[in-house]
Design a protein around this ligand. Structure first.
Ligand SMILES: Cc1ncc(COP(=O)(O)O)c(C=O)c1O
Length: 379
């Protein structure tokens, strides 16, 4: 019999089983995607492109005009210095992470993750024959633990993959922490893969900062982002990546041989989205209000501890004081409170934690938290 990739058995499928819609009486706090339909003006632009017959092969990294617009957007929004010829548009941020690992890593090398971290990182690293090193973040605020990072790094480590604002923890790393991450990367000669997909969603006093904009960061940072979260375009499968020239040349090769380019008729709509500031602001405001609501509702619930969610649309609750492990907690919350949650054990270093996605209506947040409160207070 022909064999299969020997790494496949070690690779999980993340939260896949939790994405099946639960029965209608259940409040769903599992799905990490905006509940908004993509703004109409963006949808109409894609329809127009199709009607204009934009159905042919085109420039592989993305149309010149789209790549120019992404470079301008990154400069104006986050002070990221890049240029059109160092931008790559790929089918989702997920795929740009895969290209970064493929293009810059080698089998046998180690990639450091600050965990719990988005489950796809672990899977992609293993698929490529590399080893994820899961360094736990601090348990009280989910920020990097530099001592633990120093202890875990080895000669085989060639990359550190960070994600701020973070899924699943909701942490937003401070400028000081990002500077320390760069120093750590310089000392150990690491690439920094910086997944900034939630860049527009910060709820704290410090802004989102890309390590590529800090001293020493530019030469070794790959900036990863995309349209899924900020523009409510998850189903469009559009992501972007930029970095120094030598790295981007490697990523261009991966993309040219894996996908050629993203659908031609989606490119004008992706470009238009970048100027839809009002639409993005409306959705961001909604998330800000939902985050306040979820914090208000979760405060004082017996047995759960909730470090302040600083960004993205997630709350990661510590449920250890309930006496239940996270799997049991999520199972019983579904059966007894009719609330669907993600147990942290689906991610390395996530034991004892349970994730709420508050990308849902205020009414759902109120009702879901009320159910959790009643359930836990009556146990
Ligand atoms: C941290 C993080 N990165 C990347 C992605 C995926 O982005 P995309 O839809 O662009 O592939 C997600 C989606 O949940 C995410 O949480």
């Amino acid at each position: 019999m022909p064999s299969i990739n020997k790494n496949i058995d070690n690779v999980g499928v993340g939260f896949a089983s939790f994405f099946t819609p639960p029965p209608p009486d259940v409040i769903r706090f599992t799905v990490g995607q905006p509940d908004f339909v993509t703004p109409e003006v963006i949808r109409n632009e894609a329809i127009k492109s199709l009607e204009n017959g934009e159905t042919f092969y085109t420039r592989q990294p993305g149309s010149e005009s789209l790549c120019e617009s992404v470079a301008t957007y990154l400069k104006n929004s986050f002070n990221i210095n890049t240029s059109m010829d160092r931008i790559l548009i790929a089918p989702g941020c997920k795929q740009t992470i895969l290209y970064s690992l493929m293009g810059l890593g080698n089998p046998g090398e180690e990639v450091m993750l600050l965990s719990p971290s988005w489950a796809t990182y672990d899977a992609q690293i293993k698929l490529l024959g590399m080893t994820p090193i899961h360094v736990p973040v601090k348990r009280d605020n989910y920020h990097p633990d530099f001592e633990a990072m120093e202890a875990a790094v080895s000669d085989k480590t060639t990359m550190i993959l960070i994600n701020s604002p973070n899924n699943p923890t909701g942490a937003v790393y401070t400028p000081d922490e990002l500077e320390r991450i760069i120093k750590f990367a310089e000392k150990n000669d690491l690439w920094i893969l910086s997944d900034e997909i939630y860049a527009t969603m910060t709820w704290v006093d410090w802004p989102h900062i890309s390590p590529s904009t800090l001293p020493g960061g530019f030469e070794r940072t790959i900036v990863i982002g995309g349209w899924s979260k900020s523009w409510a375009m998850t189903g469009w499968r559009l992501g972007f990546v930029t970095g120094p020239e030598n790295a981007m040349n490697a990523l261009f090769k991966c993309h040219a041989n894996a996908a050629t380019h993203v659908p031609t008729f989606l490119m004008p709509a992706a470009e238009l989205a970048l100027s839809c500031h009002d639409e993005v602001a409306t959705m961001t405001d909604a998330f800000r209000k939902r985050r306040e609501k979820v914090m208000e509702e979760l405060t004082g619930i017996k047995g759960i501890n909730v470090p302040t969610p600083e960004g993205a649309f997630y709350v990661l609750m510590d449920v250890t004081k309930t006496g239940m492990d996270d799997m049991t907690f999520a199972k019983r919350a579904l059966e007894e409170a009719r609330v669907h949650l993600i147990p942290g054990s689906l991610m390395e270093k996530g034991e004892g934690l349970v994730r709420i996605s508050y990308a849902t209506s205020i009414e759902n947040i109120e009702e879901g938290c009320k159910r959790l409160k009643n359930w836990l207070n009556n146990l």
